[in-house]
Write a protein that binds this ligand. Sequence first.
Ligand code: SR1
Length: 384
Amino acid sequence: MKKGLTLLLLVLTLILAACTDQQPSSQSEEEASEETATEEATEEATEETSAEQTSQASDADIPAAVDKPLKIAAIMEFSTGTFASQYVSGLEAQVAKFGGEVQIYNANNDLSQMANHLQTAINQDVDGILIDHGRAEALNQGVEEALEKGIPVVTFDNDITVDGVTAISQDDYSLAWGTLKQLAQDIDGEGNIVYVWAGGFTPLERRNVIYEAFLEHYPNVEEIARFGSVSNNTALDSQNQMEAVLKKYPEEGSIDAVFAPYDEFAKGVTRAIQQAGRDEIKVYGIDLSDEDLQIMQAENSPWVTTAATDPAEVAGVQVRFLYQKIAGEETPSIYALDPSVVNVSDLPDESVTMADVGQHIEGWGSPNAARSPWMDALEAKNGQ
Ligand code: SR1
């Protein structure tokens, strides 16, 4: 009996101990559930706050000057090639998001026609002018006239330096160095190269500055041929010119690489090399498009490296600076987008497009450049 009582006491003690042991754990469950409740409440509050902020953003004061369908003129030196077509799509998309309309004037590589188009846009009292390529000597006068009439101007890829104008670029010096550095490494600082180039275009002039420095920096790299022209069919012209160079240097190993600092050059040169079965020659380009990606990703493609920004994004930045100017905001005199180097070896085996290139190339894109807080509201208002 005594033994039985002792056993009972022991069992009771154990049960009590077990209950006592459970206590903290049940307390922490309570605490946890209290914490969860607090977290949930905080999350809800945060969600409410951010919803409020969003609705505040959509109710934000859109400057009156941009809160209407604006008429924008884009004065382009040329519109051929995949860079230009992506750029135009980018202009149209951003202006449409802001509820405006953009009229594209294409001068077909004729600078005096470009100046006439600028004059037409000024006479039509457009709300803002975008200029793509062209040269200061042909356009300065028109740009000054536009500013005097109160029409803001944002330029891309030219040498206009009029006060009050914002000039954007793709940082051509970095573009050229990015791809040339890869070329130098791949040939180990020594070899024969071909250079494709045409003067008179601001981005190509800037890239050439770096090319000249590159040759000085690598004295064992020799330029054995140079050609290039920009026309309505630059890729085909480059292909024909490269075919002539290949005939002049028929021995395997006589040419190590081609520097083609414009994708239309690179496309033509790549085709000529492929057709001649000279795949040992590597192509180093500038620019990127869906078509370029397809050519670069083809099996054994000679085109191994390119340096680029997204042309649609360049256009978006240019349009946003223009709208900031129209809204009366301060904008910088110069702005350069950051380019990326794209090596085929960095891409997966599957086909990559411009839409997903950012998943494979670090630092690709800068979507928030030149974005004012009211722009979200303006885009939302226009249903975009
Ligand atoms: C003829 S100039 C061609 C260049 O303009 C744009 O900057 C593109 O990058 C292209 O390479």
